[in-house]
Design a protein around this ligand. Structure first.
Ligand code: PLP
Length: 391
């Protein structure tokens, strides 16, 4: 399998690792909508017994993500948060986590409000600053948690440097790879211990399901993750496993187009007088651009931009015809979101300001629409929004 390129593996991964619908030869995997499996004899167990512990459709997703991330074993969960939370269940009371302050809001809430109930402590750090991470490490630090590029300003963390720091301190590294996907960034190859995904985003790609994935290269960690998955029980159902598999097959086709468009849009906005600043790892001017391209192969399909003060934000949103205005990202349709009132609404205004999450900041996840139509739509909305305020 490894001799093949990504776009071949994404189509054939699960099948090559041993899956084949033997009875019928069906090309698409059957949705094994069965909670339990017949056992032939008293002491003879088949490959599956109960779908929380294992389900053939789910197993195919798990094999596929393992192949794509160059991992040993993958696990599919009911949501990105279920995958992330289950990985944190590997910790014990008294342990400590060092985590990026720019982490996804749900992870921020899990670590700061739920893990603390089980006496697992944490320190939030600026992960673009290696010295700050080093200072935050304690004798009981067991996990360093990375998200790169992070949300919503696409801040870049040096994966190799954090992995080296973690290894020197006997800590594990977890990395949320949602924004890059295995197409553009393979953190296990850089020494990361557990890679996590919200498969709700680019991997499924159609704004249709909520799903999460975890992958590891280590047999011991795989055993622990399997135990957590089966015991905590936040598994991905057979139907959604099928939907995710279908989505993943077109990941490369979708994401390559979206990325090409995102690059074009970022360049236009960076030179637009209605825009104060553009955040996109694909721009040479982006902070962390060089580090990003030393560990990933593309800038991806998500960018953020700060409207100039002379642009009316409400009017801009109202005037846009194409992008849906919603939370989430990574779909065939372009999605525009407003971090200050959506993903970071729970954060006090001064905390938001300190992180550069201004009320004039928008995040655009570029879909697969025609790029000229998207650009024209953005141009006309910016123009209309400027007119009103000047009038
Ligand atoms: C959406 C998202 C999550 C959470 O995933 P769900 O599937 O919504 O539970 C985690 N991390 C990142 C970076 C995300 O964008």
């Amino acid at each position: 399998m490894s001799k093949h390129q990504f776009d071949t593996k994404v189509i054939h991964a699960g099948v090559q690792r041993g899956f084949q619908e033997r009875k019928t030869g069906a090309v698409n995997p059957p949705i094994y909508q069965s909670s339990t499996f017949h056992q032939d004899q008293l002491n003879q167990f088949g490959p599956f017994d109960y779908s929380r512990s294992g389900n053939p459709t789910r197993e195919l997703v798990e094999e596929t993500i393992a192949v794509l991330e160059n991992g040993y074993k993958g696990f599919a969960f009911a949501s990105g948060m279920a995958a992330i939370s289950s990985a944190f269940l590997l910790l014990e009371s008294g342990d400590h986590v060092v985590i990026t302050k720019d982490v996804y809001g749900g992870t921020f809430r899990f670590v700061s409000q739920l893990l603390t109930q089980f006496s697992v402590d944490h320190t939030f750090v600026d992960m673009t600053n290696i010295e700050e991470i080093e200072k935050a490490i304690q004798p009981n630090t067991k996990v360093i948690y990375i998200e790169t590029p992070a949300n919503p300003l696409l801040q870049v963390t040096d994966i190799r440097a954090v992995v080296a720091l973690a290894k020197a301190n006997n800590a594990l590294t977890f990395l949320d790879n949602t924004f890059m996907t295995p197409l553009y960034q393979n953190p296990l190859d850089l020494g990361v211990d557990i890679v996590l995904h919200s498969a709700t985003k680019f991997l499924s790609g159609h704004s249709d399901i909520i799903a999460g994935l975890a992958v590891t290269n280590d047999e011991e960690l795989a055993k622990k993750l399997q135990f957590a998955q089966n015991t905590f029980g936040a598994i991905l159902g057979a139907h959604d496993s099928f939907t995710l598999l279908q989505g993943m097959k077109t990941l490369e086709t979708r994401l390559e187009k979206s990325t090409k468009s995102a690059t074009q849009i970022a360049e236009i906005l960076a030179n637009h007088d209605a825009i104060e600043k553009v955040y996109y790892p694909g721009l040479a001017s982006h902070k962390g651009h060089d580090i990003h391209f030393s560990q990933a192969t593309s800038g991806g399909a998500v960018l953020s931009f700060l409207l100039d003060e002379k642009i009316d934000s409400n009017r801009f949103v109202e005037q846009l015809e194409l992008p849906v205005f919603a939370v989430s990202l990574g779909a065939v349709e372009s999605i525009l979101s407003h971090p200050a009132t959506m993903s970071h609404a729970a954060m006090p205004p001064h905390e938001r300001q300190a992180r550069g999450i201004d009320d004039r900041l928008f995040r655009l996840s570029v879909g697969i629409e025609n790029v000229d139509d998207l650009i024209e739509d953005l141009q006309q909305a910016l123009k209309q929004a400027a007119l009103v305020k000047n009038a």
